[in-house]
Ligand binder design. Structure first.
Ligand SMILES: Cc1cc2nc3c(=O)[nH]c(=O)nc-3n(C[C@H](O)[C@H](O)[C@H](O)COP(=O)(O)OP(=O)(O)OC[C@H]3O[C@@H](n4cnc5c(N)ncnc54)[C@H](O)[C@@H]3O)c2cc1C
Length: 475
């Protein structure tokens, strides 16, 4: 094999991770096919927060301007209590990010991000309505089988199919069968079904109801007329709930209500596997529970729910976990398929995107599809990215408890952190996360920005391609 275009990559799942990988493989000339179970694109109705962790890559692939156009940059995090929405518990400055790491924190509706990514991927490279049921692999290649009876083969399989990944479940079953997966260390539902006892590992877990409003009335919601985004994070008193409001472009509000759940391992497992898609009843039930709460912009939460079209509201299971095993044979996991963080730090998409880049760099460098080379590439990918994922999990957990924990000690610690700037206090973790901002080795590097410099990899000598709009305005 002389060029990297000779291997064929099967990507399962067209979420942020799958789409970004497709786009990068498009750029570096590696052959790929993206298989998505949904019959039509319906991106999750939630926020997406991109920061200096992923924005250097976004700039490198030429999409920064478009991403800025669909976003607002975060200026402040304003913390309130639900029993006093006009008061303020404290305020955090988000502008530190631009000065220290060179890029603002951008908040956008996820569907808008998907549209930008989709517009750069040729239509014939994505097949919709392809739910992967099983996969097999050998020294020669991989084969996946879909629910509609179709099969696809390739050299490498990437499971970018989300937290309930069927690629991961298949892979772990195979690894378990040959005794290489430490089943007892995998919390549910990120586990091998049937191989984890009920008592063990109860990961922190929560429900989240999320939505995106239509553009809000500029006279009633005057705070949304600003050219930047002041997040409002509202804590409820007893239930550790946190309610987030993130203004974004065109006076739209991205919002979420997150509430913890306490369940046995078995119940959690059952919920986890069913929880990938909640129907309208589950959403209506949560809306009914919270609609009476005061809204920090005036009125009640019902006004916010009423302004959010049903197709832009969803309910999801929030989990936290970094899997120990990210690959096996010719199969590799990406994005939420191998790690999931609480959303408070907005880390998931940033880490997903950078993981995707690390994997694309390794696939670009593959010189043959021999099992040894493929395995070495995947080992290097996990070695490069797992420490960042674990740090991101740590930061996400810290922020999650900062915004939700109740009680005297939690209140005191919040006060201390607020008085000296929350992020100043956690610079070390933030710096460690921002140290890993790799660039694509197959594209010209973008200049360093900010006072905290990233470590650039050695550029590749393998020729690259330029990114064209695949189907402009067609999404
Ligand atoms: C409540 C909540 C709030 C969040 N808020 C934020 C936030 O503010 N900021 C942030 O950065 N991140 C946030 N996240 C995290 C973010 O949504 C995820 O990290 C991100 O969407 C994961 O991307 P992914 O591509 O790995 O998986 P997904 O987005 O889950 O995509 C997986 C894709 O695979 C497809 N698929 C699944 N199974 C199959 C199959 N068998 N065959 C074929 N296709 C399949 C699915 O249809 C889907 O399109 C939040 C997450 C939650 C749950």
């Amino acid at each position: 094999m002389s060029t990297s275009g000779d291997i064929k990559v099967l990507i399962v799942g067209a979420g942020t991770a799958g789409l970004m990988l497709a786009l990068l493989l498009e750029l570096c000339g590696v052959d790929y096919l993206l298989l998505e179970k949904k019959p039509a694109f319906r991106p999750p109705s939630r926020a997406c927060v991109l920061s200096a962790v992923s924005l250097p890559l976004v700039e490198q692939i030429g999409l920064l301007r478009e991403i800025e156009d669909i976003s607002l940059s975060a200026r402040k995090f304003r913390i309130k209590r639900q029993d006093n929405v006009d008061g303020l518990v404290g305020e955090l400055d988000a502008s530190f990010a631009e000065q220290r790491y060179g890029y603002p924190i951008l908040v956008m509706p996820r569907p808008a991000l998907y549209n930008v990514l989709l517009s750069r991927i040729p239509k014939n490279k994505i097949l919709l309505g392809k739910r992967i049921l099983s996969m097999s692999q050998s020294d020669h290649g991989v084969l996946v089988r879909c629910a509609d009876g179709s099969t696809f083969s390739g050299d490498v399989l990437v499971g970018a199919d989300g937290a309930n990944s069927s690629v991961r479940q298949n892979l772990y079953r195979q690894l378990y069968a040959v005794g290489t997966t430490p089943s007892t260390t995998l919390p549910l539902p990120m586990s091998v079904p049937g191989h984890v006892s009920e008592e063990e590992n109860r990961p922190e877990c929560a429900w989240s109801l999320m939505g995106i409003t239509n553009p809000m009335d500029r006279n009633l919601y005057v705070e949304l007329n600003q050219p930047y985004s002041d997040f409002v994070i509202m804590m409820t008193q007893k239930n550790k709930e946190s309610i987030w409001f993130m203004p974004t472009a065109n006076r739209r509000l991205l919002w979420s209500i997150t509430t913890p759940i306490e369940k046995s391992g078995k119940a959690l497992c059952d919920d986890g596997f069913k929880a990938s898609e909640f129907g309208p009843e589950a959403i209506a039930e949560m809306c009914a529970k919270y609609q009476h709460l005061d809204c920090p912009y005036g009125g009640t939460m019902k006004d916010i729910f009423d302004k959010s079209p049903p197709h832009l509201m969803s309910k999801a299971l929030v989990q936290e976990k970094v899997c120990d095993r990210w690959h096996g044979g010719r199969t590799v996991l990406l994005g939420n398929a191998c790690h999931k963080f609480p959303p408070s730090a907005g880390m998931s998409d940033n880490i997903n995107i950078v993981d995707t880049l690390a994997l694309a760099n390794r696939l670009h460098e593959l010189r043959s599809n021999s099992p040894q080379e493929v395995r070495a590439a995947f080992e290097l990918y996990q070695k490069e990215r797992e420490p960042s994922a674990r740090r991101a999990l740590q930061l996400s957990k810290q922020l999650h408890s900062f915004f939700t924990e109740q009680g005297l000690m939690a209140g005191l610690s919040r006060k201390v952190n607020l008085s000296r700037s929350l992020f100043g206090g956690w610079d070390k973790t933030n710096d460690l996360i921002h140290k890993d901002r790799p660039q694509a080795i197959f594209l010209p590097m973008v200049p360093q920005r900010g006072e905290f410099l990233r470590q650039d990899p050695k550029p590749s000598s393998i020729p690259r391609r330029s990114l064209q709009k695949a189907h402009p305005g067609d999404v």
